[in-house]
Design a protein around this ligand. Structure first.
Ligand code: CA
Length: 221
């Protein structure tokens, strides 16, 4: 079963960036943009984790967090804080936040924190992802093709991981861009195409198909 992640954030650009990234990684996003709704959904028991912005209308994030903890709920909470909000960060951790990210952040860092907090409740994640004879070991950060080890840069690895989590699915350029590079990247950039080219050279061109006008697909076998 996919985990449901509540995103409580009033900045539309960030919400949509996190939403797309979570979906691209097999999680189910639930979005709200004010504090009162955040508290209501968090209390409903229908989500597995909350990403909580501290600056929210109606009720600020710290109040949401305190009320949630006062009600005895242990839902994991990852707080989003402003760049210079050291005091906010401390207050959030003291109020029962499990982790925090300061803005601006890269999606993969937020995802790592979310996975870490979700893993506490669920069984361990698979450590090796496979599609046919293509293998990615998430612990050793090594890739194998047909039994042969290949070297991937950090960015290539994350891109490959994103493909391997969705074998056979078409992934749009912007989906890959936000999953691997983050929301501060220019959507008009051709960096995704460039990196898909690098990966093709390393793992074999036939493994990643171009789906015209849509994006790319990892061939499952
Ligand atoms: Ca805000």
């Amino acid at each position: 079963m996919s985990s449901r992640v509540l995103i409580a954030e009033d900045e539309r650009r960030i919400t949509s960036f996190v939403e797309k990234g979570l979906r691209a990684n097999g999680l189910v996003p639930v979005c709200v943009s004010d504090g009162a709704s955040a508290l209501a959904v968090a209390m409903s028991g229908e989500v597995d984790l909350m990403v909580l912005d501290l600056g929210l209308p109606d009720m600020d994030g710290l109040t949401v967090l305190r009320r949630l903890r006062e009600a005895g709920l242990t839902l994991p909470v990852v707080v989003l804080t402003a760049r210079d909000g050291v005091r906010d960060t401390v207050a959030a951790l003291e109020s029962g936040a499990d982790d925090y990210m300061s803005k601006p952040f890269r999606f993969e860092e937020l995802l790592a924190r979310i996975r870490l907090r979700l893993r506490a409740d669920r069984g361990p994640e698979p450590t090796v992802l496979r599609a046919g004879d293509l293998e990615l070991d998430l612990r050793t950060r090594r890739a194998h093709v047909d039994g042969r080890t290949i070297d991937l840069t950090a960015r290539e690895f994350v891109l490959m991981e994103t493909f391997l989590r969705h074998p056979g699915h078409v992934l749009a350029r912007e989906q890959l861009l936000s999953a691997v590079w983050g929301y501060d990247y220019d959507p008009g950039s051709n960096i995704v195409d460039v990196y898909v080219g690098y990966l093709r050279r390393k793992v074999g061109a036939q493994r990643i198909s171009t789906v015209r006008g849509m994006g790319y697909r990892l061939e499952p076998g």
